[in-house]
Design a protein around this ligand. Structure first.
Ligand code: SAM
Length: 254
């Protein structure tokens, strides 16, 4: 999979692409991410890439010609299976979309700036518009990095152990379970004994149950398509919670 990020500000994306897991994955050739400066495709001597909006109004709009030409310049190296415009009005990024794109082939990711991008980019060039959430940032560079990093985790070589992806929030269908490390006790808060007793079957069961507990509290909408084993664990959890509520109530009344 090759990903090309197209931006007016390459410096915003370059440092994060060199750091940590992304940087290592690129060095090892597991991830082919390149950056193209849209300004290199401006035609005039001032290298203009934005202009005032037709109809008036605040701010500037990114011109369409440099963006079309920048994307087209990649055709020999990138199959351009999906051409994505990062945009607050796009489809909201979630794990299902990350998985869909990870299987889609090569991507070009266009970062908007200013008041946005001439509509003809979305209309005549892009296959997708993707938002990272219902808020507005000043540019598409950070959203593009969010997308690239999420995609990178779908490549089994990038994250040291594939198991850590499988147990991630959303990938497993639930939110992630709680994690602890040394010290065993800190400021009166102790790590659960089960994690230190070495019984792997019990540890796995505890983790799945905790993932269910947290998902039930914070994102009950994710519990709709549970497998049989998870349904049983959830029922057990609900029983335990209502027993503990009953006990608390009778202690208070008593
Ligand atoms: N006027 C635009 C609107 O109301 O939809 C917002 C433009 S924003 C200031 C500039 C650029 O930042 C956008 O073209 C887009 O590329 C990027 N951007 C901002 N928020 C985003 C988000 N939530 N998701 C993805 N991209 C975003």
């Amino acid at each position: 999979m090759r990903i090309d990020i197209l931006t007016l500000f390459p410096e915003i994306v370059e440092a994060p692409l060199r750091a940590s897991l992304l940087g290592k994955a690129r060095e090892k050739g597991l991830l082919d991410v390149r950056v193209t400066n849209i300004r290199d495709f401006a035609h005039d001597r001032h290298r203009t890439t934005d202009d005032a909006p037709f109809g008036g109004g605040a701010g500037m709009v990114m011109k369409c010609e440099p963006i079309f030409e920048a994307v087209e310049s990649l055709r020999d190296e990138n199959r351009l299976d999906r051409i994505v415009l990062m945009s607050p009005r796009g489809r909201r990024l979630d794990q299902a979309l990350v998985q869909e794109l990870a299987e889609a082939g090569d991507l070009a990711v266009i970062c908007g700036r200013y008041e946005g991008v001439d509509e003809r980019v979305s209309q005549g060039l892009c296959t997708d518009e993707i938002s990272i959430g219902d808020y507005v940032l000043s540019g598409g560079e950070l959203p593009a990095l969010v997308l690239v990093e999420a995609l990178s985790r779908m490549n089994p070589g990038v994250v040291g152990k594939w198991e850590s992806v499988e147990t991630d929030s959303f990938y497993s269908g639930l939110l992630g379970f709680p994690q602890y490390t040394r010290p065993r006790e800190y400021r009166g808060m102790a790590a659960p004994d089960v994690l230190l007793e070495g019984n792997h079957a019990l540890i796995e069961r505890w983790r799945r149950k905790e993932a269910l507990r947290i998902t039930k509290q914070r994102r009950p909408d994710l519990l709709n398509n549970l497998q049989e084993d998870d349904r049983k664990l959830l029922a057990e959890l609900v029983r335990e919670e209502s027993e503990s509520n009953r006990e608390n109530t009778s202690e208070r009344v008593g």
